[in-house]
Unconditional design. Sequence first.
Lengths: 81, 81, 143, 143
Amino acid sequence: MKIKVKFFAILRERAGTAEVTKEIKEGSTVGDLWQALQQEYPKLNVPGIRLLYAVNQNYVKPENQLSDQDEVVFIPPVSGG
Amino acid sequence: MKIKVKFFAILRERAGTAEVTKEIKEGSTVGDLWQALQQEYPKLNVPGIRLLYAVNQNYVKPENQLSDQDEVVFIPPVSGG
Amino acid sequence: MFRITNQPIDLQELVRFVTDPEAGAIATFIGTTRNNNEGRNVIGLDYEAYPEMAEKELGRIGDDAKKQWQICRMAIIHRLGPVQITEASVMIAVSSAHREAAFAACRFAIEQIKKAVPIWKKEVFEGGEVWIGTQTGQPLNHK
Amino acid sequence: MFRITNQPIDLQELVRFVTDPEAGAIATFIGTTRNNNEGRNVIGLDYEAYPEMAEKELGRIGDDAKKQWQICRMAIIHRLGPVQITEASVMIAVSSAHREAAFAACRFAIEQIKKAVPIWKKEVFEGGEVWIGTQTGQPLNHK
């Protein structure tokens, strides 16, 4: 299935792109996707960073199973305000 | 000695004037002045009202002794804001 | 900036005044005339002050706030005369490096204004008018 | 009104939006860029957001505030892109009948923005730049 991944802030800079479409097998979780992306973009592995995970603009846990066409964002520590 | 008395809000309305100059004897206190004024303007006696007292724009206690040319204000419960 | 005025208050003026390169936070408070009070339909409020002393007491609130919190700048303007529904009777602005101080000092200022500054409001409601606070006979402490 | 923008934020717009005849109080908060942070001379901040989700989360903050306090209206606008010293990155305005609710909800909103809304700031300082929060690796709770 196809997953749209958006990168923001430090992860966008590390990935060198703001958006990619990733092919991943049925039943994969958000955590699986993150592992796969780190293979492809080793720089995404920021030491000590704690991420949140969003699917279709809602926070989810990394165990969350993905569906085809989901939009996934790995959210670095927020610092608005 | 001569004391300038200003009235505000409900006391101004009750006294029917915003300012009077009152002649009072040496050694009188703010409380004495209030007693004298109530004789002259009986309507100043608002049932249940709790006043503060200011001399020359500073809060004082009713025992405060007056000096010639002092400016005295009897302050009804404030309600700014 | 601590003053009373007969004109509508301009929030931008206060915010400009407290703007400071050292500040990361500005908290403001606006007191507005609301259309009801204790079951009465309010038509408007009418404010009166002992002007010289009111400004002095507003300045004292600023001094007291600066002793208690690390704030950059502070402004309070209180309006006198008639203030219609939704219009502002008082505005407070406080800037500080960190938001805690700005919030705390802003809250402190409005509480102190309601306690210690010689300003009075007459409420004009459907069927009458009343000097707020006067009938209740609430005790006030000497400073 | 809960939105993000690339333009300077207009406080008057927020205050007008929350103005309500039932309100006696409006509390506002402005977050501004300050010229120093943790010993660094800050040149400016640069904000980035996940826009659709950021607006959704701002709206959720409004919903949560309305559940907790009796407020009339609420507005939050967060700016994106470069924000110079003394300029505002975020403004919050809350109206309520009584001031306690406005202050509490305003404070709540800024705390929640800093916790849960996908917006990030890069600090540009003399000698470098850094995504704030990223190096600290502070744990954030899932909602």
